[in-house]
Write a protein that binds this ligand. Structure first.
Ligand SMILES: Cc1cc2nc3c(=O)[nH]c(=O)nc-3n(C[C@H](O)[C@H](O)[C@H](O)COP(=O)(O)OP(=O)(O)OC[C@H]3O[C@@H](n4cnc5c(N)ncnc54)[C@H](O)[C@@H]3O)c2cc1C
Ligand code: SF4
Length: 333
């Protein structure tokens, strides 16, 4: 089947704002749950320092899967009162005969498929959706950032997201809430976290094997970048894009409740042209090894200040809006 594309978003604004893009992953998940199936997806660990998997059996369970976790997941799941390796739990649910939707990154879907094939388990009840993947930031960046917030606010984090919608779909904000009731909110790309996310991923992500025609899922989901307000299908609260690879993916798309979720056909070439990470990897920065060293020795904040060229430039970049900073540079030239 040729690649097909759709765009979509939740019609209900509160539901739309709870998801990272248009809520496409949640719409697919709700569809499978309504058919009596269950959904595996990524959530933060209780201390927010790592990400892991959870299994949603009902619509309310989907809340913790919503939102992009920009870190690699541990392949474990809290199931029946204890942590277990992920793949055997997914396999067990598949063998029980229920419909299963697995949502993850491209390499997660490939690992699941290879596990069930190695055990001779049928994939007839399995739907898979992966995300267009820039590459998650290395885990130590995230863990140090959470540590620094908890130190600063002298309280434990009770919720965290790097994709809070404050003014709508973009820009993304980091938003955290604390036991003390305090809240933290800052533009993602003005933080050390956002700056590190742009460049520092795992070695394997700079040579990802699951791009372009090598996606192995039924559907690849992402942000519909390139869509502008005057174009059909735009929503200021966020729009998802679905790239459908096979008939199983089409079957899953037809299960979405169109009363709740607005879907329109899209041009796959346009989608891919505006989302380079569908087919290309991020480039490994020249200072990768020294960044890893700095993370260990001087910590995330000092490592990012050093890479900005000193404290003055660091704060100028953080607080002077990009447009004004470009204008200042042009005047100084
Ligand atoms: C590391 C990373 C890099 C990304 N890079 C891009 C990009 O370059 N371009 C682009 O268009 N989109 C990218 N995305 C996807 C985008 O951020 C949204 O996650 C995606 O569009 C789904 O949004 P939604 O509104 O449909 O999902 P929501 O309703 O918000 O649900 C989120 C879904 O994402 C899954 N998920 C979240 N974090 C992870 C994770 N770490 N590992 C596995 N599954 C996870 C959950 O299981 C859930 O199904 C990236 C996501 C991640 C996690
Ligand atoms: S870039 Fe590729 S290898 Fe890295 S997390 Fe994404 S899908 Fe997996």
């Amino acid at each position: 089947m040729n690649l097909r594309a759709y765009s979509g978003y939740f019609r209900d604004n509160a539901k739309l704002l709870a998801s990272s893009s248009g809520g496409g992953a949640t719409a697919l998940s709700e569809a499978v749950i309504r058919q009596g199936g269950l959904v595996f997806g990524a959530c933060y660990s209780p201390d927010f320092r790592t990400a892991e998997f959870a299994c949603a059996e009902n619509i309310a369970d989907l809340d913790k899967l919503k939102g992009s976790k920009y870190i690699p997941t541990e392949k474990r799941i809290f199931h029946d009162g204890e942590y277990k390796p992920l793949w055997p739990v997914v396999a067990e649910k598949l063998q029980s005969g229920r419909l299963v939707l697995f949502t993850g990154l491209g390499c997660d879907v490939a690992a699941l498929k290879s596990y069930i094939a190695s055990k001779g388990i049928s994939a007839d009840n399995l739907f898979t959706a992966d995300l267009i993947c820039y590459g998650p930031v290395i885990h130590e960046v995230h863990a140090q950032y959470i540590d620094s917030l908890e130190r600063k606010y002298k309280s434990r984090i009770t919720s965290f997201t790097a994709r809070r919608k404050i003014q709508g779909w973009t820009p993304s904000y980091i938003f955290a809430e604390f036991e003390s009731g305090q809240k933290f909110c800052e533009r993602l790309y003005g933080t050390d976290y956002g700056a590190a996310f742009k460049a520092y991923s795992r070695e394997c992500c700079y040579q990802c094997q699951f791009k372009g025609a090598s996606h192995v899922s039924d559907i690849t989901l992402g942000d519909f970048w390139g869509l502008t307000p005057e174009m059909d299908g735009y929503n200021p609260g966020g729009v998802s894009v679905f790239l459908v690879h096979n008939e199983n993916g089409e079957r899953l798309m037809r299960m979405i409740d169109a009363q709740e979720f607005h879907i329109s056909p899209a041009d796959p070439e346009f989608v891919i042209a505006h989302n380079s990470k569908y087919h290309t990897c991020m480039k490994k920065p020249a200072d990768y090894a020294s960044f890893l060293d700095d993370l260990k020795t001087i910590g995330l904040h000092a490592a990012m200040v050093k890479r900005s060229g000193g404290i003055l430039r660091y704060y100028a970049r953080k607080y002077i809006p990009r447009r004004i900073s470009r204008l200042l540079k042009a005047i100084l030239k």
